[in-house]
Design a protein around this ligand. Sequence first.
Ligand code: SF4
Length: 362
Amino acid sequence: MTIGLDSSVISTHYWHALDDGRIQCDVCPRACKLREGQRGLCFVRARQGDQVVLTSYGRSSGFCIDPIEKKPLNHFLPGTSVLSFGTAGCNLACKFCQNWDMSKSREMDTLADAASPETLAEAAVAQGAHSVAYTYNDPVIFMEYAMDVADACRERGVRSVAVTAGYICDAPRREFFAHMDAANVDLKAFTEGFYRKICGGSLSPVLDTLEYLRHETDVWFEITTLLIPDENDSPQEIEALSRWVVERLGPDVPLHFTAFHPDWKMRDKPHTSAATLSHAREIAMSNGIRYAYTGNVHDAVGGSTYCHHCQELLIGRDWHALSKWNLTDDGHCRFCGTRCAGVFSGPPGHWGRRRVPVHLAR
Ligand code: SF4
């Protein structure tokens, strides 16, 4: 429900009143306790009167058509394009944030573009995008808008992709992911210490999200870990992470190990070396992960998909563009017939690596 004259401010329902007069937001484990006029850490949710509202409904920091591989999703409609957008703010405070201009924005000016769910879904159809991605900052903080966009997209046969850190409480998690078709979940590290010290959050709710997605939904998801030198890139940590994934989620969930570049409040670390990424990929595969990737580097081997049964090349990739395709239309290996995990529908798309800004009507 819109509040007042500003159509970007709407009511929300994951909050409760505390005895001391404050109101606690129950969307994410941050559990912000707000007095009148205060905003949560995510900036876009705030207390107005006797409730918590979302202040950025229908507002965006911009729209772009990307390859789906850029999310990154390597097993979800490969080669197709995705209409990407985000808003402002974030519910984690990662010192290494690679999208800090949007996620750390405290200016509503960042949200200069406006689009109703219907306008956005129509734009995706008009642009030939197979899906819409809620990305750049975490969609759980603007879940009401993301879910309405997803519903408008579903009516038009366009799918929805959440790019998220998975830092969300149980009830909103269930509601949010019921509207999504795919997700890339950032598993930022595999220690509580990293989440507490570097992100201002905690690991266990993220693991809960991953188990929930795997065991209670049909949402296709892949996991990304940005490897930061000397922070989360030790072989022991990659070993523990990949073992946990195989044991708790199974061998078919793809893992992406991506390269860090110095940014935001972490400029004293070097770029991640290609060798570190390749080593992480090898550790994951030796622990039984069937599809492990390197990312943010040119690595034809680490960026491609191989049959876990006969080891033949299934999907060749150069950066985000497809170079080889050896799958049947329903995702089976052309050499041995083994199914490749993922969502495949006919021949691959031909979007390539292009990134095209889109301007929607205000
Ligand atoms: S969603 Fe935002 S306001 Fe709500 S608990 Fe998380 S950071 Fe705080």
